[in-house]
Design a protein around this ligand. Structure first.
Ligand code: DP6
Length: 349
């Protein structure tokens, strides 16, 4: 017999960034962070987990290619989920798996991203969140989303925020064992649904410095990171929560842009400095800043993760369609900007 579960999880984009760990193995951050989860039809991971007595070892395929499962992070997630497995009964198929059986049974896992992995957007967030969620369902784990988020966190920090839709806060927590470092939903996806997210793929090259090693170097060498974590982010988190509750786009955009810029300033303050943005990223920032200043109120927020691609959040559909026209005008796909595609947050624009 074989028992399978399939789950789908979207990726999330941080508007107040997570950058720096206080515990590397448990993945505990130095500050809280807040993100927006994308609609599931864009940038999501679909994962099928299967269990069968005929499987001789745990195996995993990512976009059809087998990958190694020896990594500590994957093993931590699996261990945590297995420890919470309960009895499973499928009467239709006549299958009964007891809590104890899960220790001996092996898994086959197939995961697909609905976006090109090479586009540099393949954040581990959706992948790990989806894996933990699907395994939790398969093994009949009774934990709620927040508790599952604390497990996904051990796969990749940002993954813990993908267990919820809408606006999500990852609370850094205080406990040494990480039990209170988990995600909570601030507002669901219907709360502020005029926002449109556009991702401008500036370069599809894989990033040179991974988030994991980049943030390690920042923690070790950047004084700005210490100041940011202690003095800046706690205040910004409060203001961002307020902006989200009140759907205050001017405040939301101001905080989002400032936080992205400070994160990249921390990268520059790292020794040796880390450059994630390129000239095109900088030009996009200038364009958006100029446009926002020429209007009565800001129309667009920008944020950049550990790479040059721009995530642009428009206040409504009208602003999004103007933005798209401007992007195509200033950064035509064939020009030397190397910006070759756009992934829309809303297909109908
Ligand atoms: C810049 O979650 O990829 O996207 O915990 O080491 O797996 P690890 O790092 P990861 O870092 C994401 C960093 C970021 C900001 C964010 O998503 O908050």
């Amino acid at each position: 017999w074989i028992l399978t579960v399939t789950a789908q999880t979207p990726t999330n984009i941080a508007v107040i960034k997570y950058w720096g760990k206080r515990d590397e193995s448990l993945i505990l951050p130095v500050n809280d962070s807040i993100s927006v989860t994308l609609d599931p039809e864009h940038l999501c991971t679909t994962t099928t987990v299967a269990v069968s007595p005929s499987f001789e070892q745990d195996r995993m395929w990512l976009n059809g290619e087998e990958i190694s499962l020896s990594g500590g992070r994957f093993q931590s997630c699996l261990r945590e989920i297995r420890a919470r497995a309960t009895d499973v009964e499928n009467k239709e198929k006549g299958i009964k798996i007891s809590k104890k059986d899960w220790e001996k049974l092996h898994l086959h896992i197939a995961s697909f991203n609905n976006f090109p992995t090479a586009a540099g957007l393949a954040s581990s967030a959706a992948g790990l969140a989806c894996l933990v969620f699907a395994l939790g369902k398969l093994m009949n784990v009774k934990e709620d989303h927040s508790q599952l988020s604390a497990i996904a966190r051990q796969g990749s920090g940002s993954a813990c925020r993908s267990l919820y839709g809408g606006f999500v806060k990852w609370i850094m927590g205080k406990e040494e064992n990480g039990s209170d470092s988990l995600a909570v939903q601030l507002a669901d996806e219907k709360h502020w649904d005029e926002l449109v997210i556009i991702i401008a793929v500036v370069s599809s090259r894989q990033k040179e410095t991974s988030s994991t090693s980049g943030m390690r170097e920042s923690v070790e060498t950047s004084l700005l990171l210490q100041h940011r974590a202690k003095e800046v982010v706690p205040k910004r988190i409060l203001k961002m929560e307020e902006a989200i509750q009140n759907r205050d786009f001017a405040s939301f955009a101001g905080l989002t842009c400032a936080d992205s810029n400070q994160f990249h300033a921390v990268c520059l303050d790292t020794c040796p400095p880390i450059f994630y943005m390129n000239d095109t990223s900088h030009r996009i920032i200038s364009c958006v800043e100029k446009w926002n200043r020429s209007e009565e109120a800001p129309q667009i927020a920008y944020t950049f993760d550990a790479g040059p691609n721009a995530v642009l959040i428009a206040r409504n559909r009208k602003a999004a369609s103007l933005l798209l026209q401007r992007l195509l005008y200033y950064f035509p796909p064939s020009a030397d900007t190397n910006m070759n595609s756009y992934v829309l947050g809303d297909k109908s624009i």
